[in-house]
Design a protein around this ligand. Structure first.
Ligand SMILES: Nc1ncnc2c1ncn2[C@@H]1O[C@H](COP(=O)(O)OP(=O)(O)OP(=O)(O)O)[C@@H](O)[C@H]1O
Ligand SMILES: [Mg+2]
Length: 402
């Protein structure tokens, strides 16, 4: 049986992330001298046991092997001492990645060339295509979960909300409480519990647009505002563009309101410098309201945008940046803001836009989706039975704001 190494075989260099269940550290493996990222799984909530998110992340990543998916190297534990009396920590050890996309957007001041944006988007699609082919949906596509190293390779990280899906059981009910608000697709906003891997493709559209237009596409303040922002640009959903949408739990939020037209193409045309006709076409296909018509990762990789000038640059040609993780850049910005005369700058932050409560009313009697203050990490983070039936969602509403 392989032995589990202990965390004192690693030299901690510094903190690069703050996760739901613990912190992420940059460290050096003393045995191999390799740099690693160690995600600490805190085991202080004994009643909850070993967090389901960590179990999923380990189980799913253990079997994955793709250039655009982060590599899980091993799981290590703290040495048992008289101090921790068996209440030590477990760490998931990953290959170290110099940046996450959110941090990099901040460091690079969002100023990426189109060929660089194509290079990032292509790698994101390749990673997702691999996951979806293996029957895994990520369910939390956003900048801080896309890891990039100094060789320009982008990898999908944070599989804590991911789960496998079965294409043969298209009526399976999942928890609705997934995906960070700004990247959440309309079917989840309207309360769907039957959904597919296409939820990830909406997130790709949002990220690609954000890189091109240099600001978040749908920066909602809460779930209602998120819906309004999406519908103001993509049009109000109806049975013609999206058959079946009127059966979704929160469709009543749409009814009785002025029907808005699809203005996405028009909205994107304001950024013609970077958003070419091909880019706009791809974005419209990724941001299709009806998930069944939304483009798949495999088809998106074949889209003209990736095969017309400027062609995606080679990852090795991406400029080198100082190491940038959201946790660090956000802290730097906050410290800067506290200094007299400092300019607030950088990437808007979803976590700073969480209101106290949402305004969902729901005629079908189902509980509302994640409260805005909980928007983001879903029910799987904690125990308790949620409304999705087959998946566990929190009972205590104690989710961390995102
Ligand atoms: N392999 C890695 N190399 C370098 N940094 C990493 C790595 N994995 C994670 N990080 C950093 O730590 C942050 C948090 O990690 P991760 O998203 O996996 O944890 P989490 O518990 O899901 O956090 P959150 O709940 O905030 O999403 C990431 O956004 C990233 O900046
Ligand atoms: Mg994360």
């Amino acid at each position: 049986m392989p032995t589990i190494r202990t965390s004192d075989e690693f030299d901690r260099i510094g903190q690069v992330g703050e996760g739901t269940y613990g912190s992420v550290y940059k460290a050096k493996d003393r045995l191999t001298s390799e740099l690693v990222a160690m995600k600490k799984i805190r085991l202080t909530h004994e009643k909850e046991g070993f967090p389901i998110t960590a179990i999923r992340e380990i189980k799913l990543l253990r079997d994955m092997d793709h250039e655009n998916v982060v590599k899980l190297k091993e799981v290590v534990s703290t040495k048992e001492t008289t101090h921790n009396k068996g209440k030590g920590s477990i760490y998931i050890v990953f290959e170290f990645m110099d940046h996450d996309l959110m941090g990099l957007m901040d460091t690079a001041k969002m100023d990426f060339k189109v060929e660089q944006i194509k290079c990032f988007t292509k790698q994101l699609l390749a990673g997702l295509h691999y996951c979806h082919k293996r029957g895994i949906m990520h369910r939390d596509i956003k900048g801080s979960n896309l890891l990039i190293n100094n060789a320009g390779i982008l990898k999908l990280g944070d599989f804590g909300l991911s789960r496998s899906f079965n294409e043969k059981d298209i009526q399976y009910r999942y928890t609705n409480r997934v995906v960070t608000l700004w990247y959440r697709p309309p079917e989840l906003l309207l309360g769907a519990v039957v959904y597919s891997e296409k939820i990830d493709m909406w997130g790709v559209g949002c990220i690609m647009a954000e890189l091109l237009i240099q600001r978040p596409l749908f920066p909602g303040k809460n779930e209602k505002d998120q819906m309004e922002k999406v519908f103001a640009i993509c049009g109000t959903p109806n049975e013609t563009v999206w058959p079946g949408c009127s059966n979704l739990p929160y469709f009543n939020m749409v009814q009785g309101k002025e029907a808005l037209p699809d203005r996405l193409q028009h909205h994107l045309s304001k950024h013609q410098g970077k958003v070419s006709t091909a880019a706009s076409d791809l974005l419209c296909k990724l941001l299709h309201m009806d998930p069944t018509k939304r483009m798949s990762a495999g088809d998106a990789l074949d889209h003209d945008w990736f095969w017309t000038d400027p062609m995606p640059c080679d990852p090795s040609c991406l400029p080198r940046y100082p190491s940038s993780h959201e946790f660090v850049t956000k802290k730097r910005r906050q410290e800067g803001k506290e200094m007299p005369g400092a300019q607030p700058g950088g990437q808007p932050d979803a976590k700073r836009h969480q209101p106290a409560h949402n305004n969902h009313s729901n005629s079908k009697g189902a509980p509302p989706a994640a409260r805005p203050s909980e928007a983001g990490k879903g029910g799987d983070r904690h125990g308790g039975k949620g409304h999705a039936g087959h998946e566990r969602a929190p009972a205590n509403g104690s989710w961390r704001p995102r």
